[in-house]
Design a protein around this ligand. Structure first.
Ligand code: G3P
Ligand code: CA
Length: 251
C-alpha cells in the first residue's frame, strides 16, 4: 500500500513549487524549475498535455496562447512545432528563449532528491500509455513521482496498471470527508490535493490517521501559508517557494 509510506510524522511541510517557482519565473519552464530547486523545494509541481505525436509537453493550458508567443491547441501540434514557441518572454524579457519542455527533459534536469508532482490535465484524452511509459522501467523515477489529476477515474486506471504508482487526488470542493473519499477510490491514494481554502484541522487529522499526505494548493500570501503551517499539512503548493522556506526557517 503506497499510502503507508506516507504515514510517518514530519517536522515541517514539504515545500512544493507550483509550476516551478511561477511567481518569479515563467511557469512550467526549465528556468522556473531550476529556480525552484535552487530555492530549496522538496517537490516541484508541473502540468502535462499530450502532443499530436504522443509526447508529454509541460504546459498548463490546452493551448499555447497564454504562455507563449504562438497560438494553437497542444494536441493538434507535434512537439517539434511546440518547441519553436518562446515560453519565457511573456513573463519578462530576460526569460526569452525558454521553451515548453518535455516531461523527459524535466526529469533529467531536476536533481534526483527533488520529487516531481506531475498533474495530468483535464482534456488529456484518456490514453494512459504515454504517461505510464514515462515511469515504467525506471524505479527511481517512479519513486520520486506523484501523479495528480482532477480526473480521478484516470488516476485509478493508472494505479491499476501500475500499483506502485503514487496517485494524488486533486479537487476544489469542500468535501464532507476528504480521507473518506479517498477510501472509495478502490485503489491506494498517496496524497490529497485540495484547494487550500477547503480544509480544516479535522480534515488534516483524518488524513493523517488514514496515512494519506495532504498537499493543499496554491497558497501564496504569508497569512495563508502560516495557516497551513499551523494546520500541520504534509506539504504546501506555492508559487513562491522562497517565501515559504523563509517562513519555515524563522518558525
Ligand atoms: O496541482 C495544484 C494546482 O496546480 C491545480 O490547479 O490550475 O494550477 O493546475 P492548476
Ligand atoms: Ca497544476
Amino acid at each position: 500500500n503506497v499510502g503507508e509510506t506516507n504515514q510517518t510524522a514530519y517536522l515541517r511541510p514539504l515545500i512544493i513549487g507550483h509550476r516551478g517557482a511561477a511567481g518569479e519565473a515563467p511557469e512550467n519552464t526549465m528556468a522556473s524549475f531550476l529556480l525552484a530547486v535552487e530555492q530549496g523545494c522538496d517537490m516541484i509541481e508541473l502540468d502535462v498535455h499530450l502532443t499530436a505525436d504522443g509526447k508529454l509537453a509541460v504546459i498548463h493550458d490546452e493551448t499555447l496562447d497564454r504562455t507563449t508567443d504562438r497560438k494553437g491547441i497542444i494536441r493538434g501540434k507535434t512537439y517539434a512545432e511546440i518547441s519553436e514557441a518562446d515560453a519565457g518572454s511573456w513573463f519578462a524579457e530576460r526569460f526569452r528563449g525558454e521553451r515548453v519542455p518535455l516531461l523527459e527533459e524535466v526529469y533529467e534536469a531536476v536533481p534526483q532528491h527533488v520529487q516531481i508532482n506531475v498533474e495530468v490535465k483535464n482534456g488529456y484524452g484518456g490514453a494512459i500509455e504515454p504517461v505510464m511509459d514515462a515511469f515504467l522501467g525506471d524505479g527511481d523515477r517512479l519513486q520520486r513521482t506523484v501523479v495528480s489529476s482532477f480526473d480521478h477515474k484516470l488516476l485509478a486506471r493508472m494505479n491499476r496498471s501500475r500499483t506502485d504508482l503514487k496517485i494524488g487526488l486533486l479537487y476544489a470542493g469542500r468535501l464532507i470527508d476528504h480521507a473518506g473519499y479517498a477510501g472509495i477510490m478502490g485503489c491506494p491514494v498517496y496524497s490529497l490535493h485540495p484547494h487550500f481554502h477547503s480544509i480544516d484541522a479535522e480534515d488534516v487529522a483524518r488524513a493523517k490517521d488514514a496515512g494519506i499526505a495532504i498537499y493543499p494548493w496554491t497558497a501564496n500570501h504569508e497569512a495563508d501559508l502560516q495557516s497551513l503551517i499551523d494546520l500541520g499539512v504534509a506539504g504546501i503548493i506555492t508559487d513562491f517557494p522562497v517565501r515559504l522556506k523563509r517562513m519555515l526557517e524563522q518558525s
